[in-house]
Design a protein around this ligand. Structure first.
Ligand SMILES: Cc1cc2nc3c(=O)[nH]c(=O)nc-3n(C[C@H](O)[C@H](O)[C@H](O)COP(=O)(O)OP(=O)(O)OC[C@H]3O[C@@H](n4cnc5c(N)ncnc54)[C@H](O)[C@@H]3O)c2cc1C
Length: 463
């Protein structure tokens, strides 16, 4: 059913006609996110500026019973911003201003669509630091990060987005504007609605302003790369680094299959010593003296675990070179196959060897290619099940394998998503991890915020 002209006129009078689009190419541009599974074009897209406009838009949607979906940078991996039931996409892209960097109180106040990397650069210019660093930081926005509770390599030491959100302004599905938390680090008045909205995947409210905690920028850092013959030895090194009482800022693990893909992608013969089955990228940061001491301890831990080679970046250029492999991972897997089920599973770090054991069984039993890499420091491993386009039989095996993966991860006391969320891609797997009473409680929360079910329908909960 096409949107009523009265509704479209209403949108135009709220945001201005140039900020309301119904043409084919705009609708196509908002039909998918980085999940790239299917195309679900919205009936219209609006680019409002300000909570007042969003509030008016939402009230109009309610009046006409039109579903609406907030969208940030569109880099989500689970289809969170995809309008699976059609309706209106509310793009936050015009709301991209840094409102305040308060150096005395170590706080930043931002509109939702400030690009994460740009906020980091702005605060670092004044010696401050915003640690959450999803690899998509040049594309994703703070609002999307809050909605997904984004993590990244630095989460091991510094935590994920939720550790930095002090307060929010948000538009509820009935059009009311609420403010939660504030500029203080201590605030226990009433329920913690701030952290109910963090990770709510755009299903409870539309975030229009974010108050973030900042920390001083660590003055020094050292980057190491250690290689191992087996993935078990690399996992053992992770345990040993922690046993040496070091919490690196990043502790990234890359398996042999992923390394090979990057080498192919970059067209180099080898990126690491021959037969490398596990590579660790370790970065320690802080005061120079502490960093020097911690780097030595990390090298010792890697040697104890049987590292075949340990490199230390001498300058920023060498550091960039070491990180390059990590950064090129996502695009390079496309050389293996354009279709991948990218699962950001997480287990307690001591169970990482068990997780790799599980992946090995899946590779053997289902005959699949499954390169893995990820944030070993917090047990968050990206397991990429690769599928050849057009191979229906392999696709079936891959679907069977992903279910067994999720069951195995939950059995290891882990979780089926560490940072990408559920969206529509993983909704059917929710009952593997959450009990029925837990899901019912979550649905009652959704009901309390959005009784008409118009905000981002078809997400998180299985039909
Ligand atoms: C190459 C690549 C690397 C990635 N690496 C990481 C990584 O290291 N760590 C990580 O955590 N993620 C990673 N991601 C996933 C993705 O970047 C994150 O989930 C990110 O937080 C999404 O932000 P976005 O602004 O693009 O949100 P979108 O994709 O636009 O939206 C994501 C969800 O948030 C909701 N939303 C967006 N804005 C708002 C708002 N203002 N109010 C309410 N809801 C809103 C949407 O409805 C949707 O449900 C990666 C993605 C890519 C493509």
């Amino acid at each position: 059913v096409p949107l009523p002209s009265e509704f479209l006129d209403g949108l135009r009078s709220i945001a201005g006609a140039e900020y309301v689009r119904t043409d084919e190419s705009s609708r196509t541009a908002f039909a998918a996110d980085a999940l790239k599974r299917g195309a679900h074009p919205p009936d219209a897209v609006i680019f409002p500026d300000g909570a007042d406009q969003i509030s008016a838009v939402v009230r109009l949607c309610r009046e006409h019973k039109v579903p609406f979906v907030p969208r940030g940078g569109g880099s989500g991996f689970t289809g969170g911003s995809v309008p699976v039931r059609g309706g209106l996409v509310i793009s936050l892209e015009r709301m991209n201003r840094i409102l305040e960097i308060d150096e005395a109180n170590l706080i930043a106040v931002v509109e939702p669509n400030v690009i994460t990397g740009q906020l980091q650069e702005a605060v670092e210019r004044v010696g401050l630091f915003y640690p959450p660093d999803p690899s998509s930081l040049n594309q994703c926005a703070i609002g999307g990060n809050v909605a997904e509770c984004a993590g990244g390599p630095r989460a091991f030491k510094y935590g994920t987005t939720k550790q930095y959100v002090l307060g929010l302004e948000a538009v509820l599905p009935n059009g009311d504007v609420v403010r939660t938390g504030g500029k203080v680090v201590k605030n226990v008045v009433g329920y913690d609605l701030t952290h109910l909205l963090v990770g709510s995947e755009g299903t409870l409210a539309i975030i229009t302003r974010v108050i973030l905690r900042l920390i001083p920028k660590p003055p020094a850092r050292t980057t190491l790369r250690a290689t191992f013959d087996t993935i078990e030895a690399a996992a053992d090194a992770v345990t040993r680094v922690i046993a040496h009482r070091v919490i690196p800022a990043s502790l990234e693990l890359i398996d042999g299959d992923s390394l090979e893909a990057v080498a192919q992608y970059l067209n180099v013969r080898a990126l690491a010593p021959e037969r490398t089955a596990g590579l660790l990228l370790i970065e320690v940061d802080g005061l120079a003296e502490a960093v020097a001491e911690e780097a030595v301890r990390c090298e010792q831990a890697c040697r104890e675990a049987g590292a075949t080679e340990i490199l230390r970046a001498k300058d920023e250029a060498e550091r960039q070179e070491l990180w390059r492999v990590r950064r090129e991972l996502s695009p390079s897997l496309k050389t293996v196959s354009p279709i991948k089920f990218n699962h950001d599973v997480v287990v307690p770090k001591a169970r990482i060897p068990d997780l790799f054991g599980l992946v090995r069984r899946l590779k053997e039993e289902y005959g699949l290619r499954i390169p893995c890499f990820g944030h070993a420091g917090d047990g968050n491993i990206h397991v990429n099940i690769m599928v050849t386009p057009g191979n229906e039989e392999e696709m079936r095996r891959a679907h069977d394998a992903e279910r067994v993966l999720f069951q195995g991860v939950v059995a290891l006391e882990g979780s089926i998503s560490g940072e990408h969320g559920i969206g529509f891609a993983k909704a059917r797997f929710l009952p593997i991890e959450l009990s029925q009473p837990t899901i019912e409680l979550m649905k009652r929360v959704k009901q309390a915020f959005d009784p008409d079910g118009l905000l981002n329908p078809g997400k998180i909960f299985p039909d």
